[in-house]
Design a protein around this ligand. Structure first.
Ligand code: M6R
Length: 366
């Protein structure tokens, strides 16, 4: 059942080229240049006129929501707020009929996410769901939605569900942008071609496995980790840190790289590993200066860079290269080495990676 892999988590990490492809199959038609999302089409007008999009989710799905904030604001120019479902529902939030609430959930059974969308629904908002489990409670409670086609995710640590969510959210942002006229035909075409090539790029990123295993050996006994990223890679930093803490029990924090100087920089010394996601994009130069700041304090840098980078290898202790892709799709590729890093470190520490202590696959209590 684990298809020859030692753990479900590893199997699921390696399934990603396929699960990403399955999540865009029939939706992205490169030849005709069409995007087909039935759930979107039914509520097209609502999306076009929306004043605001509120995303509610928990955990990894909340991180996918953060990526969607960047995507939707960038491509469709609608203001987006991303909320922890558990905070949103207890806050007496301001919601109207002109709002669209997107609920993201792999299991479709997360109690807080379900309650948050029920609240928004009672205030007249339109509810759009991004779920993986067909017929789940959240899927049934929404007005419309788009399923991720990641297949069953057994490992408690979410991996392929995250990339499937980001894929579907990218498609959704493209649909809204096209319909609102905020995304030019040329740019849309470019993104479609790029998204289409993501499974191949993820395949390539998975080849880093042996290299990451070697890096993991060096860091398996440390008590802390810091993860830094900017822009589209900020949510990836959060996701990398969550993966590490939940399965290896190493304390890890994800931070927007520029926020480091407002506090966490005090933690950096020669014992602190800092994972920096520093792919070639609009914040690259800034991230390079953040790496210098870490280096000046003797932090141990593990950098995720774009293939062919010549600057960062001279500064970092370890460098892993991922294929180039458009900035807006970069999380789909840059998260892969972080998933592998957490997996290998957890295995080396003798942890139960598929069923970490204190955690359940779906959190059905509030
Ligand atoms: O099923 P959901 O996507 O609603 O689950 C949300 C979180 O409980 C989940 O992502 C959790 O954080 C994972 N264990 C992260 O790997």
């Amino acid at each position: 059942e684990k298809g020859g892999y030692e753990h479900f988590m590893l199997k699921e990490i390696f399934e990603q080229p396929r699960s990403i492809l399955d999540s865009m199959r029939g939706r992205l038609e490169l030849e005709s240049g069409h995007l087909n999302m039935a759930g979107f089409r039914a509520y097209e007008q609502k999306f076009v006129n929306a004043h605001r999009i509120i995303i509610v989710a928990c955990g990894t799905s909340w991180h996918a929501g953060l990526v969607a904030e960047y995507l939707i604001e960038d491509l469709a120019r609608i203001p987006v707020e991303v909320e922890y479902a558990s905070e949103f529902r207890y806050r007496n939030p301001v919601i109207s009929e002109r709002d669209i609430v997107i609920a993201i959930s792999q299991s479709g059974e997360t109690a807080d996410t379900l309650a948050a969308l029920e609240l928004a629904k009672s205030k007249g908002a339109t509810i759009f769901g991004i779920c993986n489990v067909v017929g789940s409670s959240i899927a049934r409670a929404t007005d419309a939605g788009a399923y991720t086609h990641a297949g069953p995710e057994i490992g408690v640590a979410s991996t392929k569900a995250f990339t499937a969510q980001v894929t579907v959210l990218a498609l959704l942002a493209m649909c809204i942008g096209q319909r609102r006229g905020t995304l030019s035909d040329t740019k849309l075409r470019e993104l479609m071609v790029e998204l289409h090539s993501i499974p191949t790029k993820v395949e390539k990123a998975l080849k880093l496995d042996a290299e990451i295993q070697r890096i993991s050996e060096t860091f398996k006994d440390v008590p802390n980790f810091l993860y830094l990223g900017r822009g589209y890679n900020f949510p990836v930093a959060l996701e990398g840190a969550l993966k590490l803490k939940e399965i290896s029990y190493i304390h890890a924090e994800g931070y927007p790289a520029a926020e480091m100087k407002h506090g966490p920089i005090a933690l950096i010394d020669e014992n602190m590993p800092v994972v920096v996601i520093a792919t070639r994009d609009s914040s690259y130069e800034k991230v390079v200066s953040n790496i210098q700041e870490v280096k000046a304090r003797k932090g141990r840098i593990i950098a995720v860079v774009t293939e062919g980078d010549t600057t960062i290898p001279a500064m970092a202790e370890f460098v892993v290269e991922v294929p180039y892709t458009s900035e807006v799709l970069v999380p789909l590729v840059s998260v892969i080495p972080l998933q592998l890093l957490s997996y290998h470190i957890a295995v080396m520490r003798g942890c139960n990676v598929d069923q970490p202590r204190n955690l359940a696959k779906s959190v059905t209590v509030e």
